[in-house]
Write a new protein. Sequence first.
Length: 316
Amino acid sequence: MRTLVDTHRVAYWGVLRPLQNRKSGLKRAITMMLDKRLSEGGLSAKQQRMVQRIICRTAKEFAMQGDADMRALHDKYSEETLTEIEKAQAAEAQAYFERMMGESLDEEDEFDNIDDVLHASIERMRKQAEAKAKAKERRQKRKNKKSDQNAPEFDQGDIDIQASLRTLYRQLASVLHPDRESDPETKKRKTDLMSQANTAYGRGDLFSLLQLQIKADMTQNQIAATLARNNIYALTGLIEQRISALQQEIRDLEFETVAEFVLPSAVSITESALKSHLTKKQRDLQSDIIGLKEDMTEIESNAGLKRWLKHQDEDI
């Protein structure tokens, strides 16, 4: 699935990025045109207010991306500057987090934006969690005064699993030991396989160790003997752990894919579904671009601008 997602990512951004940039460029150009149309007059007070709200809304989007000219354009028509709006939002967020945490963030200066509040709040919650963990550790130490209470407890299943891994690893090490080979190519091959075995054993990776048995040209009798000497329940436990880990990896990848490509939450991550979604996004962007071009043509004249405003949301 990861290969599918990585391949789709290249196609996705290769197709959509130019269209997104084109759409953004048109929206910015329209915003500048609306500013120009306001300066030329000829609109009623209500129409002027509508244009100003449209300018503020769109300019704010660009300003949030670091466009200084759009920030200035927003502030030109807004009753509050973006700086004032951001500080007010930050103050509200600060009050919310302080109520939630039950203590002050203790900042000497006021926060400039919500991001600063979030960073400070996360840091404070981290410190709270550390303090609680240390307090819990101290209580546990006071509770566990006897040595037998402090002795670590081992799960028999974990012991069996580790024993099984060791047995598999030792069998491979015996077969793959490169110092026993005189042929340079065979010695190099076994050195590489032994390195893979070391890595797999360090990760507790049962499947890789089993695959290496085949790569190491172990006979069927050797493999069967190795498995026969191991606790079958421990091997089953390892397999179940591996399946569970793979299932979690798939769920994580599905979640990341849905978020990255803004997919419907119920969509299946298949090649056809990804292509279908990309095609739809492409058509939507192309349609938006056509509409924006028509808007630019429409607002070039006062009469056209007035017609255009009639089709805009009155609550903009």
